[in-house]
Design a protein around this ligand. Structure first.
Ligand code: PGA
Length: 252
């Protein structure tokens, strides 16, 4: 059966020194935890990957990059390739976060290229999808998510798709303090799983981890994670404090 996961997304926060300290703090707490069945991932800025990868116990904490290039290598100043990321010894890469989609104009076609390069380099993608506020208001949220999945992921074969983690993050809930209700989250996660069943099969759908993201915090994580199709969270703001992040990890 699918793995439950809590993944932190530090975004553009923490100097290298602060990042190392935070990773150590999180690891200390996870180490003491009795029930270690939930996976813990921290999503770090590129600059932290290599150092933090060396100091954490990867059996307790896995590491994700927050992006990778859509090109394999070459003259792309400022870009970081999936191959380079993999060479730091980490396991995951967040692809298609709504901030990448909106501020850096990343479309589904580009994201699909990133997903394939990640997989070719043995990185597991955490693929983010989610509707804008306008789309929710017009009740077009299912259509929006369907398109992102079809164009971003659904040309992968069974084996490739089995390595994907999906993160549903309604854009109106990210960093706004406004969270989707547990009912809204469950409704969308169930819909996503249904699409995966139709595109692949029941077994693959049952094994796909679908995270919720968007103002998930210690006070609402339990209620969100208690839904049958919500397999954990992608946590922004609340992942920057070890205590808050740990409380969320303990919310299953
Ligand atoms: P937030 O961010 O928890 O701060 O809303 C979530 C995310 O962007 O992944």
């Amino acid at each position: 059966m699918r793995k439950r996961i809590v993944a932190g997304n530090w975004k553009m926060n923490k100097t290298l020194k602060e990042g190392i300290e935070l990773a150590r703090e999180i690891e200390l707490q996870v180490e003491k935890q009795e029930d270690k069945s939930a996976g813990v991932i921290i999503g770090l800025p590129f600059i932290h990957l290599s150092e933090v990868s060396k100091i954490v116990n990867h059996k307790l904490i896995s590491i994700a990059a927050q992006n990778c290039s859509s090109e394999p290598r070459g003259a792309f100043t400022g870009e970081v390739s999936a191959e380079m990321i993999k060479s730091t010894g980490i396991e995951y890469v967040i692809i298609g976060h709504s901030e990448r989609r909106s501020y850096f104009n990343e479309d589904n076609e580009t994201l699909n290229k990133k997903v394939k390069l990640a997989l070719e380099n043995s990185l597991k993608p955490i693929f983010c999808i989610g509707e804008q506020l306008e789309e929710r208001k017009q009740e077009k949220q299912f259509e929006a998510v369907n398109k992102q999945l079809r164009e971003g992921l659904f040309d992968l074969d069974d084996e490739e798709f089995s390595k994907i983690i999906i993160a549903y993050e309604p854009v109106w809930a990210i960093g706004t303090g406004e969270t989707a209700t547990p009912q809204q989250a469950q409704e969308m996660h169930k819909y996503i799983r249904k699409l995966v069943t139709e595109t692949y099969n029941q077994e693959i759908a049952d094994n796909t981890t679908i995270l919720y993201g968007g103002s998930c915090k210690p006070t609402n994580a339990k209620e969100l994670f208690s839904n049958p199709d919500v397999d954990g969270g992608l946590i922004g703001g609340a992942s920057l404090k070890a205590d808050d992040f740990f409380e969320i990890i303990n919310s299953f």
